[in-house]
Design a binder for this molecule. Structure first.
Ligand code: NAP
Length: 258
């Protein structure tokens, strides 16, 4: 009885999900969560060994998974990735944009190259994937678009530079997409991490003093782990969140309200 009720709300059985950056950190944890909740999952990133290891781990859980190696830093790379991704399980019902880069030069030293690379991966790729898959989701009457944003979309934090700008843009993109497609059953939201111990911030997370100082800024008293995103991702991908759209869901241990 209980499990039937929970399945009605949260099961992703029969759904197809595409997760960019699904081979590492937060994206990998989200890919695993969606797959274990029933979705067939395609993970997209550049490095093949990490992609293959991720899909092998998902298959070991009895899940359906596939991978596509692509550089989302170019428009052509994004378009090719999308077309290759649909050959695995068909058009996605759930799109998660977790691929991201943080290059961190000081503000006064950001050149065209850093600006363009940051915007391309963190903002243009999610936009292009939304253009590719959003209308189809709307036509089918169900879709979930989830962007992994950052606290730096809302405030400056250790050299936010171009990165913070790209993430603020991503928050705006989620709202624009929500406005466009929510009337057709496609919700668009962001997950907002605080400080999460992943390869992205190895420089900070390798320094015990900084790690402790950042943990103290949360309310829970520790920094984030990739697995902290599992439940929130399943919620935003499921039927349960049908009336939640254009929102930012902070998964940050209370950092943003402390
Ligand atoms: N960790 C944090 O504290 C934190 C805080 C706030 C927001 N976030 C956001 O959370 C998301 C995930 O970050 P994470 O910490 O999980 O980082 P991560 O472990 O470094 O994972 C990043 C993922 O993105 C992929 N990627 C990077 N550039 C790519 C490109 N050009 N083309 C295709 N794939 C690319 C990487 O794979 P390849 O390198 O193989 O391509 C990897 O799978 C990012 O959007 C990040 O901005 C993280």
């Amino acid at each position: 009885m209980t499990s039937h009720y929970l399945a009605e709300l949260f099961s992703l059985q029969g759904r197809v999900a595409l997760v960019t950056g699904g081979s590492s950190g937060i994206g990998r944890a989200i890919a695993e969560a969606l797959a274990r909740a029933g979705a067939s999952v395609v993970v997209v990133a550049r490095r093949e060994a990490e992609l293959a290891a991720t899909t092998a781990a998902l298959e070991a859980h009895g899940c359906r998974a596939a991978w596509v190696s692509a550089d989302l830093g170019s428009g052509d790379g994004v378009r090719a990735a999308a077309e290759q991704a649909v050959t695995a399980f068909g058009e996605p019902d759930i799109l998660v944009n977790s691929a991201g880069i943080n290059l961190r030069p000081p503000m006064g030293e950001i050149g065209d190259e850093v600006w363009d690379a940051t915007m391309a991966v963190n903002l243009r790729a999610p936009f292009l994937l939304g253009e590719r898959f959003g209308p189809g989701m709307a036509e089918r009457g169900f879709g979930r678009i989830i962007h992994v944003s950052s606290q730096q979309a809302f405030r400056a934090f250790v050299q936010s530079g171009a990165y913070g700008v790209s993430k603020a843009g991503l928050e705006g993109l989620a709202r624009s997409q929500a406005e466009a497609w929510s009337p057709h059953g496609v919700t668009c939201n962001t997950l907002v991490p605080g400080f999460v111990m992943t390869p992205l911030n190895a420089r900070l997370s390798g320094d015990p003093e900084k790690v402790a100082a950042l943990a103290a800024r949360t309310m829970i008293g520790r920094n984030g782990l990739a697995g902290d995103f599992a439940g929130a991702a399943v919620f935003l991908a499921s039927r349960a969140s049908a009336y939640v759209t254009g929102q930012a869901l902070f998964v940050d241990g209370g950092l943003s309200s402390h």
